[in-house]
Write a protein that binds this ligand. Structure first.
Ligand code: GLY
Length: 423
């Protein structure tokens, strides 16, 4: 099978390494990729938001399966164009990708499917903002305001704050730039990232994971695209995971079928384990980053065949998924100033070590690997328990040099110490 992966992050590097292990995959290409993926796949520099460019590349390379990693091409309909060209594609249609592309659409689908989620209100007129803020947050006895960009924001459109001025300023700046704002009630409890392969109505969950969205230890500082993750979750029972699949993901998949926009690809449910049961924080229409790097480190089933079965509507016939025993932990090494405007162009050493996945990296003319984005590397460690997986990941992190870089030191720490209990 000849496979083309679209994207340039550590998620795509993890997908490529997983695909390389599948004996049915005999050719790998990536567009645009990064300095790390060039060792695994033929690299092509095309505009991945252009349906024409991606389809033309897939045709030229005689590709059997295109796997689209990031949400932007999906929301723009690139998967529709690839499928229309007669090539199997892992990733939802433009219509189904609205589950991530519009929070208002996702809320509507969840309401119709009877799925629990935070109460919310969409504000698109600045004149209505103050009254809406009065209906949420500390004004109503909640610990904080939750203010979200209605559209795509690379994980950075969310502000959760008990400071009304900060909540108002974030909402006002979104409205100023023409983005509707979603105000949500606050969901307490530990969060779960549940990735499910979906082909229409068939839903197959992967191992649950947890990510760390704030930039600093102990969840200090602003939100990021994700600073680390671990999988599986020792504090979550298999029964609780199965209940999330049956009460959240399957009803949403069925509702999308009912609306004539069946989902095909990876449906990512972000859930909070609240004191009154699981509730959806968000849906995404693709593999999450950095959770994928941990989840795929444990997958033993053949990834290429699995994603091809999802893309061709034969997931129900696929054998039960096989997983390695133990745990995986991912630690993100970020550039100076991330999640603000990152410093780029610094030379990185140690990035060729086992377990190091590349994201914001590029190769200079002299061959040196340099930083080119905010989240630069994802370092994956594995072990028989979370303590060992953390040690493995942080040992590798300590061997990497990137001036000004930073990483969280507490990824998976609370879970390793048994300090997480679902309410
Ligand atoms: N880990 C968060 C995301 O992928 O959106």
């Amino acid at each position: 099978m000849r496979v083309l992966v679209i994207g340039s992050g550590a998620r795509e590097h993890a997908l490529l390494l997983g695909l390389r292990k599948d004996t049915c995959v005999d050719f790998l290409a990536v567009a645009p990729g990064n300095a790390g993926t060039s060792a695994v796949a033929e690299q092509h520099d095309v505009d991945v938001t252009s349906a024409e460019a991606v389809t033309a590349l897939a045709r030229k390379l005689v590709i059997d399966l295109v796997i689209i990693g990031p949400e932007v091409p999906l929301v723009l309909g690139v998967a529709d164009a690839v499928r229309a060209a007669g090539i199997a594609c892992f990733g939802p249609s433009k219509d189904a990708a609205r589950i991530e592309g519009s929070k208002a659409f996702a809320k509507d689908v969840m309401a119709a499917a009877g799925v629990r989620t935070a109460g919310s209100e969409t504000v698109d007129n600045p004149a209505h903002l103050d009254a809406a803020l009065d209906r949420f947050g500390p004004a109503t006895g909640q610990p904080a305001w939750v203010v979200k960009d209605d559209g795509l924001a690379a994980g950075k459109g969310v502000v959760v704050t008990a400071d009304r001025d900060a909540a108002r300023a974030h909402a006002a700046s979104l409205l100023d730039s023409g983005h509707p704002v979603l105000l949500e009630s606050f969901l307490d409890g530990p969060e779960v990232s549940l990735f499910c392969l979906v082909d229409g109505a068939t839903v197959v969950p992967l191992l649950p994971a947890q990510d760390f969205k704030r930039v600093g230890d102990n969840d200090a500082g602003p939100n990021t695209g994700g600073m680390g993750a671990y999988s599986p979750l020792p504090w979550l029972t298999a029964e609780a995971t199965a209940a999330m699949v049956s009460s959240v993901v399957e009803p949403v998949a069925a509702e999308l079928v009912r609306r004539g926009s069946p989902f095909s690809g990876l449906l990512y449910a972000g859930l909070a384990m609240t004191s009154t049961g699981p509730a959806v924080v968000e849906f995404n229409c693709r593999f999450g980053d950095p959770e994928t790097q941990a989840v795929l480190a444990l997958l033993e089933s053949p990834l290429g065949q699995l994603l091809h079965a999802t893309s061709t509507g034969t997931l129900a016939d696929f054998a039960a998924l096989q997983w390695a025993d133990g745990y995986a932990v991912t630690v993100v090494v970020a550039a100076e100033n991330y999640p603000g405007r990152p410093r780029v162009g610094d030379v990185i050493t140690g990035s060729e070590a086992a377990g190091v996945l590349h994201a914001g990296t590029a190769r200079r003319n002299d061959g040196a690997v340099i930083s080119s984005g905010g989240r630069v590397l994802s370092v994956v460690g594995t072990g028989t328990d979370l303590v060992a997986a953390r040690e493995d990941a942080y040992r590798t992190v300590s061997s990497i040099r990137l001036p000004g870089s930073h990483f969280r030191t507490d990824i998976a720490l609370a879970a390793a110490e048994g300090r997480i209990t679902p309410a």
